[in-house]
Design a binder for this molecule. Structure first.
Ligand code: 13P
Length: 249
């Protein structure tokens, strides 16, 4: 079974609700595709406006984070049901910025993964090494650890629906994209780990994205790699020209 390419944007902390609606109106024209799945993960407060703007198009709206409890005294957090009620299916978990600035760990990411599947959300779980870790030669060990802990307790049925985004921290927002061979090496190692944990069928089905300075000029080479099933795109998803990544072929 061929895996469908997923072109996912991560808007991070950019765009107000009205700006989001206006941009999505533009992107409806540039991001149409019958073959690629198109997703924009937007700030939580933008979600209703973004969903309304994207209605009737192929653009799906996702979230950038979710909490691992159903409801209660967790000031400032967003519950899974709140996202589901807005029509959200995908949610990014464990982005390196959340790990660095908001003290997220693989353990909290794991709690969120479990909660997402309990509620019916599909997580896009991020992993990635720092430049120091790459230079120390521990990239694959580190990524295996992040994925193993993130997936603890998930069934094979759940694991095959999850999406993993490999985002080397040194390539995020730097314009310094990993080479397609570097990206493929790690994405392949992730698929091998999933095979060890869940078997060949799950490894064959799970989608693994690359993220880190993806743009219209490098998407085709990256997405052509055997184990790269699309991209998680920051800066280049904030413009109508995101369509060049969607229509990379
Ligand atoms: P850039 O595409 O801006 O490098 O960001 C990548 C990213 O962090 C996506 O989650």
């Amino acid at each position: 079974m061929a895996r469908k390419i997923l072109a996912a944007g991560n808007w991070k902390m950019n765009k107000t609700p009205s700006e989001a609606a206006a941009l999505i109106e533009e992107m409806k024209k540039t991001c149409a595709s019958d073959t690629v799945e198109v997703l924009l993960c937007v700030p939580a407060i933008d979600i209703p406006a973004a969903v309304a703007a994207a209605a009737g198009s192929n653009i799906q709206i996702g979230a950038e984070n979710v909490y691992f409890e159903d409801k209660g005294a967790f000031t400032g957090e967003i519950a899974p049901d709140m996202l589901l009620d807005c029509g959200i299916k995908y949610v990014i978990l464990g982005h390196s910025e959340r790990r660095e600035y908001f003290a997220e760990t693989s353990e909290t990411v794991n709690k969120k993964m479990i909660k997402c599947f309990e509620k019916g959300l599909i997580p896009i779980m991020c992993c990635g090494e720092s430049l120091e870790q790459r230079e120390q030669g521990i990239t694959i060990d580190w990524i295996r650890q992040q994925v193993k802990v993130g997936f603890l307790g998930l069934t094979a049925e759940q694991a095959k629906q999850a999406v993993i985004a490999y985002e080397p921290i040194w390539a995020i927002g730097t314009g310094k994209t990993a080479t397609s061979d570097q990206a493929e090496e790690v994405c392949k190692a992730i698929r091998e780990l999933i095979c060890e944990l869940y078997g060949a069928e799950v490894a064959e089905e799970i989608r693994i994205l690359y993220g880190g300075s993806v743009n219209g000029g490098n998407a085709a080479e990256l997405f052509a790699k055997e184990d790269i099933d699309g991209g998680l795109v920051g800066g280049a998803s904030l413009k109508p020209s995101f369509g060049e990544i969607v229509n990379y072929k």
